[in-house]
Design a protein around this ligand. Structure first.
Ligand SMILES: [Zn+2]
Length: 183
């Protein structure tokens, strides 16, 4: 991934003094740190944008499984289960119980990958008016806006076509910014 937002990672977890493996596995949802390709925190997993970020990360061949902490709300967990099917990764949930830490999702390999950057300081964000669009269909003008302002997310949306218009589908972004979107 080349998007700027995706290049800012934070150092997390196992740095400095060596820790025993049990501690390590407690942090990374039962995995060894060396097998982790990418991870999301609890704050990050509930953001709508997390779906797209994880999809992009799943294009990485090293990723073999998606692991979700058991406390994640089921409607959110289901979205990641769908991604696991789409990208043919194993999917599992793990109950960390009272050992629950900050990590909510782990993309792991079957082998050591020694990836340095596995936690984003901040996941890329969509402009507010583009969040929770039901059918993910928006007008040409707003597709073009995304291409310019948030290109990472463009392929999550479709342009409303003639047939959509015929059945009454309207651009929700336009609806939300009734007076017309200034841009
Ligand atoms: Zn629009």
């Amino acid at each position: 991934m080349t998007h700027n937002d995706l290049e800012k990672y934070v150092q997390y977890g196992v740095t400095g003094t060596p820790q025993i493996k049990a501690d390590e596995k407690r942090i990374w949802l039962g995995e060894f740190r060396e097998r982790v390709v990418f991870a999301l925190t609890y704050d990050q997993i509930y953001k709508e944008e997390a779906i797209k970020v994880v999809k992009e990360k799943c294009k990485d061949e090293r990723v073999k499984k998606i692991i979700i902490e058991n406390n994640i709300r089921s409607e959110i967990a289901e979205k990641f289960m769908d991604i696991s099917k789409e990208f043919q990764k194993d999917y599992k949930t793990i109950d960390m119980g009272d050992k629950k830490g900050d990590i909510a999702l782990v993309l792991a390999s079957d082998d050591a990958v020694e990836e340095n950057n596995i936690i984003l300081e901040k996941i890329p964000s969509l402009p507010q008016e583009f969040l929770n669009i039901k059918n993910k269909k928006i007008c040409k003008k707003h597709i073009e806006f995304l291409q310019k302002e948030a290109p990472f997310f463009v392929d999550e949306f479709k342009e409303i076509n003639f047939l959509d218009q015929f059945v009454g589908i309207k651009c929700e972004v336009c609806e939300r910014t009734k007076k017309g979107f200034e841009k």
